[in-house]
Design a binder for this molecule. Sequence first.
Ligand code: G3H
Ligand code: 13P
Ligand code: ZN
Length: 324
Amino acid sequence: MIVTTKELFRHAYGKYAVGAYNINNLEQTVGLFRGNLGKSKSNDDPVDAAQSAPFILQISRGARSYTDKRFLEAMIRAADEVFPEAVFAVHLDHGTEEACYDCIESGFYSSVMIDASHEKFEKNIEITRRVVEAAHAKGVVVEAELGQLGGVEEDVVGSVKLTKPEEASQFIEQSGCDSLAVAIGTSHGAYKFTGTQGLRLDVLEEIRKAVPEGFPLVMHGSSSVPQEWVDRINNAGGALKGSSGVPEEQYLPAAKMGVCKINIDTDGRLVWCAIYRESFRDQPDDFDPRTPGKKFMPAYADYIAHKNSKLGSAGQLESARKTL
Ligand code: G3H
Ligand code: 13P
Ligand code: ZN
């Protein structure tokens, strides 16, 4: 069942964070739905209530244009039928104004992100306000971003600008956005932290105090870049440099400070890359595209279930469903 992120955040606020996972293809989609229902091995496994979680499926502009956005929509509609127990939002990740309008008009997306964080403060408000008006008229909710993360984000290479708490409250009031992505030290991609950098929970706490009570905050760039997966990739012929991401133990403390949505894309890519590389390494005579896919889907489902246990969303599905 497709719901808005606003409905999910109402249940999650202050208790846990909803995982927001990017998808690009069929295998990721199937693994994602299975993982959020605790069905690791097959679509026909029984739902595991202790592992089941509401989730956000997010689609970047790059994913929309990889083949044709209609393939993604069709795949998600099919997943909604194959997994009728799932409760999820369909969200545009890092949208431009144009992409937001396209998604709002499509009638398929329940939530869009307008990312005008690279613009000046007033201009960011102005653009976000326009998107909010168009979105709310169609029952779609809007995530905006204030501050700048590091790392690579679609076609923008960011330099870090932490979100200023006093600007966050003004931004929310004047833009009318439903949730706000804040820059608190994270960055996109596999190369996040070196040395003593890390998540600024102190800045997050100041933001929480400054914004209206119960207002949902969002954390981008939240992959943990597990060494285990980097090693598996490198042992199977990859050449990834060492790095560290957001420690999974910081997800719940952040959630308790009002972070309702935690964005994870890179970790899923690492799992994909490791499983496919290992498959090609271990079965050099096999050229069936389904061979690595059959290994990836359960591995990804297990990884999603693991992430949800760290986000605190595992086991929340039935309770969340009752509030819809
Ligand atoms: O923040 C960006 C997401 O990780 C999406 O990445 O634009 O390469 O699909 P992408
Ligand atoms: P990661 O690169 O840390 O997975 O962040 C993903 C993200 O923020 C998508 O919007
Ligand atoms: Zn992001």
